[in-house]
Structures are given as C-alpha cells and as structure tokens.
Design a protein around this ligand. Sequence first.
Ligand SMILES: Nc1nc2c(ncn2[C@@H]2O[C@H](COP(=O)(O)OP(=O)(O)O)[C@@H](O)[C@H]2O)c(=O)[nH]1
Ligand SMILES: [Mg+2]
Length: 231
Amino acid sequence: MYSNKKIAVIIPALNEEKALPLVIRDIHKDIVDEIIVVDNGSTDSTFSVAQENSATALMEDRRGYGYACLKGIEYARGRTPDIVVFLDGDHSDYPEDLVSLIKPIIEEGYDMVLGSRIMGIREKDAMTPQSFYGNKFGTFLIKILFGFLYTDFGPFRAVKFDKLIDLNMQDKTYGWTVEMQIKAVKKGYRIKEVPVRYRVRIGKSKVSGTLKGTIMASYKILITIFKYWVS
Ligand SMILES: Nc1nc2c(ncn2[C@@H]2O[C@H](COP(=O)(O)OP(=O)(O)O)[C@@H](O)[C@H]2O)c(=O)[nH]1
Ligand SMILES: [Mg+2]
C-alpha cells in the first residue's frame, strides 16, 4: 500500500513465545518491510520463535524495555527506515491497527502518531487499574507542565525515523514512552493520537501486572516528567 515508504516494526519481547507468533502473523506484510524483535534474555523460546516467524531477532543482554527499544533503533540505523512502529509482543495491541498509525504520517505529515487505548475500544481488564489511573495522572501532569494533552502512554506508536533519532532517546527501562512523548512536545513535533483497540494480553505481564513493575514504572514515569521539566 505504501510501497514508497520503508517501514520497520520494533517489538521488545521478554518471554513472549506464545503471543509473538500471533503478533507477527497480524502485521501487514505488504506494508511493513522488516519486523525486528528484541529479546532481553528470555528463558523461553522467544528468540527462536521470532526467527521461525521470519522476524529479525536481536538479543539485548541488559534487561529493560528501553534497552530493548534502543537496541532495535541501533540496528534500524543500518536499515534507514522512513518510519518506525513500536508494538508490544504480548498480543494486547491489534497489529492490524498499524495502518491508522502510519497514515497521518504519510498523508498528513505528522511526525509522531500515538495509539491511544483510552480513545480506543478496550477489552475489560486489558488495562490494569494502576496502568489506567497512572496514565491519567501522568498525562495530567504533562498537560499542566508542558501544555500538551496526551490521553495515554501506550506502547503502540509510529514515528518518522529521522525525528526519532533527533530525540536522542536515553531511557533504559520504564520511562521510555514518557520520555519520547515529552521530548517530542519540547521539539515542537507534529503529534497526533488515534484510537487503537486493546485486549487482554497472552501470558504474564512484566510491568503493570506486577507490583514491582507498577512501582518501578510509576516512579520512573514521575522522575522522567520532572527531569525534562527542569531541564
Ligand atoms: N526486551 C524486553 N521486553 C520487555 C521487558 N519488559 C517487558 N518487555 C516487553 O515489553 C512489552 C510490555 O511489557 P508487558 O509485560 O506487557 O507490560 P504491561 O503491558 O505494562 O503489562 C511486552 O512485549 C514485554 O514482553 C524487558 O525487560 N525487556
Ligand atoms: Mg502488555
């Protein structure tokens, strides 16, 4: 469909052997040029499952969602995609919705398009209460401190690759999504949110579904918001 645009998908994945084949299956192969799965030392067969499903599988030894995304970007530099799409590996997002993320970039010139689970149709219990209210509080803070109203810090998003590189992303763990959204506002990027569907994941959550993940993510999100507010 968008043959003149090179599109890469980056999927951070930790122990997602069951969900990953479905995620990769549901990605439009006539739109996406390369699927990059970044494994973070999974104890299951996430890495080989990615390869068996014709994805490029990368290993990042340093644990952390941000580390995995940075590894994917580092690899993508050699492939020079026009657009990079981030997608989770737990089949909670609908990869089919990818078109609604890249369309505003290609047809309307947006720099970054975020899939909002708040604007979209969510399956019951797909978002944990802590994730739902945590996002509400975090996006409220960004509104009053940076003047931009986001509705979500969702994982499913598309961004022009050169604009992504210019953000000089730093976060190694849970502050990744928030860092990208704040820096894009500070740089005056053209940003759009579109509704995306969201369902209950396959397998066990490593972040918002665990107490440790929730505490760490909440702490990291607040720290990241204030760090870029004072700088
Ligand atoms: N590579 C890597 N992926 C991670 C890590 N933690 C989570 N993920 C992946 O990031 C995505 C989001 O994590 P998830 O457990 O679904 O968090 P939740 O959506 O907040 O419940 C999933 O695809 C996970 O496999 C990590 O430390 N390293
Ligand atoms: Mg998830």
